[in-house]
Design a protein around this ligand. Structure first.
Ligand SMILES: CSC[C@@H](O)[C@@H](O)C(=O)COP(=O)(O)O
Length: 354
């Protein structure tokens, strides 16, 4: 089926978690959702770095966008003395916030290039703010383009269900979403029967964020425990698993939220399609394979407790890697705004991103 791309002004972009005000940045505190909608106001890069580390803001594109605004804030509030040293320090601090999502480093490199071309603080204030806004706007545009490419690639004639993992929606991006952007697009075209949302232990991005975001926008969603994914693929009309990515390496390996790899194995067993949707800012052609990526490990308390309630023996040893690597061989399609890499491998990746 050929579909006509929908004009962007006709698309509902969902609940965006990042608001830029010129001299401050507001972030919707994603740790408190769905119970409370609380916005945090930040005026400096240190606060933005802390918010990324503590997951006030999360999701690869949203981390990159926030970090870019963090650099813009560093310029806006620079003391006027050694403003270059202050901005360099801000970039260093932001780069140290989380290790895995490459969008963070991609955005900081873009900001650094602009910073190096500035001859005065005034110029830096204006140009860094405008670059951060451009990064934000381009991400939204990429999400629209990816959703159109994915729809075309899937070529569905009748509604079907998808299964997703983590949160890849408006909250995790500049709006609309990556994998959830495809979900939104299928819903717009009345091709979506249901979305099974893995709750995504331990941080519960699926239960707390995806289920909230989709139900708020009137998009069908059914929440499931992560362990139910195999049963869902065996028993329900799930035709595609659609997920996002934190980093896609030169050979087409995908680093994404812990649990993604298991889904890819299950999808192959059940002959369900496995699609990764991510902007080109998530593609890291400088890294050969997923084995070369630094996988963030977070505190064991995220597994041992939920909001102060103990779920395991106190002090028990915990292994808490928050991302895993899905080998390219288990992926049917990587969809970016530049196009689709079908059955990804190094040749296909180089053809689009080389
Ligand atoms: C469009 S978001 C894609 C990924 O960033 C997402 O799937 C994910 O793994 C987010 O992890 P998080 O730890 O919540 O930042």
């Amino acid at each position: 089926m050929t579909t006509t791309p929908k004009p962007s002004q006709e698309r509902a972009i969902g609940t965006v978690a990042i608001r830029w005000h010129g001299s401050s940045l507001e972030l919707l505190d994603q740790r408190l959702l769905p119970g409370e909608e609380h916005w945090i106001t930040l005026e400096g890069a240190a606060g933005v770095a802390q918010s990324i580390r503590d997951m006030v803001v999360r999701g690869a594109p949203a981390i990159g966008i926030s970090a870019a605004y963090g650099v813009a804030l560093a310029a806006r509030h620079a003391g006027g003395g050694d403003w270059k040293a202050e901005i360099k320090q801000a970039i260093r601090e932001l780069a140290a916030s989380r290790p895995t999502a490459v969008n963070l480093f991609w955005a900081l490199q873009r900001m650094e290039r602009i910073f190096h071309a500035c001859h005065s603080l005034d110029e830096a204030v204006k140009r860094l703010a405008s670059e951060a806004r451009a990064i934000h706007e381009e991400d939204l545009a990429a999400n629209f383009a990816m959703a159109d490419h994915a729809l075309e690639f899937i070529g569905a004639e009748a509604p079907f269900s998808v299964l997703t993992h983590c949160n890849t929606g408006a909250l995790a991006t500049g709006g609309y979403g990556t994998a959830l952007g495809v979900v939104r697009r299928l819903h717009e075209e009345k091709l979506l029967a249901d979305v099974y949302a893995d709750e995504t232990r331990p941080w519960l991005q699926g239960g707390r964020l995806t289920a909230w975001e989709l139900s708020r926008d009137g998009i069908p969603v059914t929440l499931n425990a992560d362990g139910a994914a195999a049963a869902i693929m065996a028993r329900k009309d799930v035709r595609w698993v659609i997920v996002g990515a934190d980093r896609i390496t030169a050979n087409g390996d995908v680093v994404n939220k812990i649990g993604t790899y298991s889904l890819a194995v299950l999808a192959r067993h059940h002959k369900v399609g496995f699609m990764v949707v991510a902007p080109s800012s998530t593609v890291d052609m400088a890294t050969a394979s997923g084995a070369d990526v630094a996988i963030e490990e977070r505190d064991g308390i995220e597994i041992r407790e939920i909001r102060g309630i103990g779920l395991a023996p106190e002090g028990i040893n915990v292994f808490n890697p928050v991302f895993d690597v899905t080998p390219a061989s288990l992926i049917d399609a990587i969809v970016t705004e530049k196009g689709v890499v079908h059955n990804p491998n190094i040749t296909g990746m180089q053809a689009l991103f080389g």
